[in-house]
Design a protein around this ligand. Structure first.
Ligand code: GLA
Length: 729
């Protein structure tokens, strides 16, 4: 609930378990007074400290009050150049060349429902309240609207920022952060989620040190290297205890997430799109993308659960909110570019009797796309591979009992393509300067409407030619040579953000035209795995690394913010095609069930024994899909710590059922005994495990643990299905 206390000039955002508060002070400065465990106080400004400290400037209205300094006070949206030397939230270049921004309160409004953001992803749905606070720089007339959405039930607070030029001349925005969050304490850790291609989102946890630290992406996409999600937490916070603050950006372009521990041991966190250089003409508004905040007083698991529920219920849109995703087979690792209709139908024919529901035709079906050097941009079916096009292929796939899905990479072009030969200026790149290729391809200028329209029309023709139930939208390089034919010199700095807006616009159009088609995002695996994409694509291919053992770490890191129902995960061949590791089929299945389950291998070459394993896996997955996708996800062990097992659990509502998965690493002789303490059960209930005779108390399983049998062999796995027995039993 949002409470505006007119008398004290405070705004309190209460959720079930947390309180967030700000206060307008006597000079109109918007102070941030608190964000943490819920407290019942309408004015927490007593927590704010004032002190006369050296080299801490005082605003002119403060007169002789040397203890009043913006450099010391916790602020809701920090300024630049006027006395606060910590991280700024916004930076501008004004018509007179000055870069000064002072923000003072002018008004606020509380309303029912959730604000929306034109052209940008945003949380939505029922149960929200919105607070809008307007600040103004008195000298330039620049207005900043701070938007807050409060979803009380899951302790979610969203933020977004609109900057409007109310002056008479253009100003240039150099930085507009989506959020700024001040903490009156310095003893915090920061967790970031880092890695690279095929090694995404490994958690990295460090105590905040003095000064600025952070992560970001200058690649034009959110990136494999650093995820736009960070956590600040108490030094001793763990899965089940301690204060944690998670912040995620709903944005798929370049970003920055920075924390600063200041000279007085306080902390400021900022997060927003980056780099930015945006010219704002008089009357125009720039909107910084939404950020989502969760404060968890009960550790990292509680934080993740809140994000998971919020994403599932208030970000993913109909009809995929809560809908079971199809078990699919993708032909990429089965055939790479070397396929034709026969091979695809053979794959579909092998898949259908195994319980697989959808065939995805990956890269290579269009233009002259026989390798990764040509064809991108020519979205016309290659009839030498697929005679008669999709019109001929898809009904045959359907006749086998399978639905059909398609891979596309709309944002890209190869120089060896009809599209590039006709429109060389449609690719990003400055005239007279050789362009860098990535995977042999260039990036189309998606800031341009005519480029988007051409690609959309071409894709539409293909999509309209048959029943396409699923689309994999890929994006396989970082942006370089960021220059557009369509923008004047002084607006080239806007290109990266305009590009992202262009991608969002086309995705929205696809959603409108094909509301039932499931779109899976992808960028060389998880190079654009963010809440922004999830608004349009309810699931994202988690990583090009399909090795089950590497995936344990990737999926573990991904789970801190993102729910299982969004994480694309498939069983592939062994030895694995990325690292040569040999793993049992059972284990590959168990790990793929930690996401949206599917296969990515030549099923026609499986042995009868493998086929029976697959049949069992698809049946198990379907049986447990609700529990897996909608249950509470618990990280039971940390795969980055030494230990023989990685384990996780999906627990159903009210402790009625749970599914526990365990995978052991490379084996060793005479290992220590291991008991796995489960979570999320009802301590008062008794459980049957995998239909066995013996009953186990929920309290015993949670407090003493389940005695895990000693593993035999490398990379083995176990799944335990727990069902609470009725008390009469
Ligand atoms: C990317 C994707 C893969 C596959 C290939 C096709 O690498 O992540 O899954 O679709 O492109 O070229």
């Amino acid at each position: 609930m949002i409470v505006h206390d007119q008398e004290r000039q405070t705004f309190t955002l209460n959720t079930r378990r947390t309180t967030y508060q700000m206060k307008v002070d006597e000079y109109g400065v918007l102070l941030h007074t608190y964000y943490g465990r819920r407290v019942e106080s309408r004015d927490l400004s007593g927590l704010v400290r004032y002190a006369d400290r050296g080299f801490a400037p005082n605003p002119s209205e403060a007169g002789g009050r040397r203890e009043y300094s913006l450099d010391i006070l916790p602020q809701e949206y920090s300024t630049s150049g006027v006395g606060d030397f910590r991280l700024s939230s916004a930076e501008v270049e004004l018509p007179d060349g000055s870069c000064l921004l002072d923000l003072r309160f002018t008004g606020a409004q509380v309303r029912e429902g959730k604000y929306g953001l034109e052209g940008l992803p945003a949380f939505h749905g029922e149960g929200w309240e919105t607070l809008s606070v307007t600040l103004r720089d008195p000298s330039s007339g620049l207005e900043v609207e701070l938007l807050y959405g409060v979803w009380e039930e899951e302790d979610l607070i969203t933020r977004a920022v609109r900057v409007t030029n109310a002056g008479a001349a253009a100003v240039r925005l150099r930085r507009v952060m989506s959020l700024c969050l001040d903490f009156c304490r310095g003893d915090l850790d920061m967790i970031t989620f880092d890695g690279g291609h095929a090694r995404e989102r490994w958690p990295s946890r460090m105590p905040l040190r003095p000064g600025v630290q952070g992560v970001g992406s200058a690649r034009g996409v959110s990136s494999h290297q650093h995820n736009p999600f960070v956590v600040l937490c108490e030094r001793d916070a763990g899965e089940d205890h301690g204060m944690c603050w998670g912040a995620a950006l709903l944005y798929s372009g370049g970003f920055t997430a920075q924390a600063e521990r200041s000279q007085f041991e306080d902390v400021r966190l900022v997060m927003g799109p980056s780099p930015l250089c945006w010219t704002l003409a008089p009357g125009e508004t720039f909107t910084a993308p939404e950020a989502a905040l969760v404060c968890s007083p009960d550790g990292l698991t509680g934080m993740s659960h809140r994000f998971h529920r919020a994403v599932r219920r208030r970000l993913i849109r109909d009809p995929y909110e809560g809908r079971r995703r199809p078990v699919l087979v993708n032909n990429w690792e089965a055939t790479y570019f070397d396929f034709n209709a026969r091979k695809l139908l053979d794959l579909a024919g092998a898949a259908a009797p195994l319980g697989i529901e959808l065939l995805v035709m990956d890269d290579g079906w269009f233009g002259q796309r026989n390798d990764d050097l040509r064809g991108l941009g020519d979205w016309v079916v290659n009839e030498s591979k697929l005679p008669g096009g999709l019109e001929a292929l898809v009904p045959q796939v359907k006749a086998l009992g399978m639905r059909f899905g398609l891979w596309v990479e709309p944002e890209m072009v190869n120089e060896d393509s009809d599209l590039f030969r006709a429109h060389p200026d449609w690719a990003l790149g400055a005239p007279g300067r050789p362009r860098a290729r990535g995977r042999g391809q260039l990036v189309l200028d998606f800031s341009r409407q005519e480029v988007r329209a051409h690609i959309y029309d071409a894709l539409k023709k293909v999509l309209d030619s048959a029943e396409v139930s699923y689309l994999k939208w890929d994006m396989n390089r970082s942006l370089t040579d960021v220059w557009s034919m369509a923008l004047p010199a002084d607006r080239q700095g806007e290109l990266c953000h305009r590009y992202v807006l262009g991608v969002y616009e086309m995705l929205e159009q696809l959603r409108r035209d094909y509301p039932d088609m499931l779109i899976e995002g992808c960028s060389g695996g998880g190079g654009r795995f963010d809440l922004g994409m999830l608004y349009y694509t309810p699931q994202i291919w988690c990583s090009d690394n399909t090795d089950a053992i590497d995936r344990l770490k990737i999926q573990y890191g991904t789970s801190f913010c993102y729910p299982v129902s969004c994480v694309g995960s498939h069983v592939s061949v062994s030895p694995n095609e990325q690292n040569g590791r040999v793993t049992p089929m059972e284990t590959r299945g168990v790990v793929a069930m930690g996401g949206t389950f599917g296969y990515e291998m030549d099923l026609g070459r499986c042995t009868e024994e493998e086929r029976s394993v697959i049949r069992r896996q698809t049946a198990d997955y379907k049986r447990h899909s609700r529990l897996i996708q909608e249950g509470d996800y618990y990280r039971l062990t940390d795969p980055f710590q030494a230990g023989d097992f990685t384990a996780w659990e999906h627990a159903g509502p009210d402790g009625r059922e749970a599914l526990v998965s365990l995978v052991n690493g490379a084996t060793r002789a005479a290992p220590p005994f291991f008991s796995l303490r489960l979570k999320g059960l009802d301590p008062a209930r008794r459980y049957r495990i995998n239909g066995g005779e013996q009953l186990w108390g929920g309290d015993v399983l949670m407090y003493a643990g389940y005695p895990v049998p000693t593993p035999w062999g490398d990379y083995q796995s176990t799944q335990l299905y727990l069902e609470a027995v009725e008390e009469s039993e």
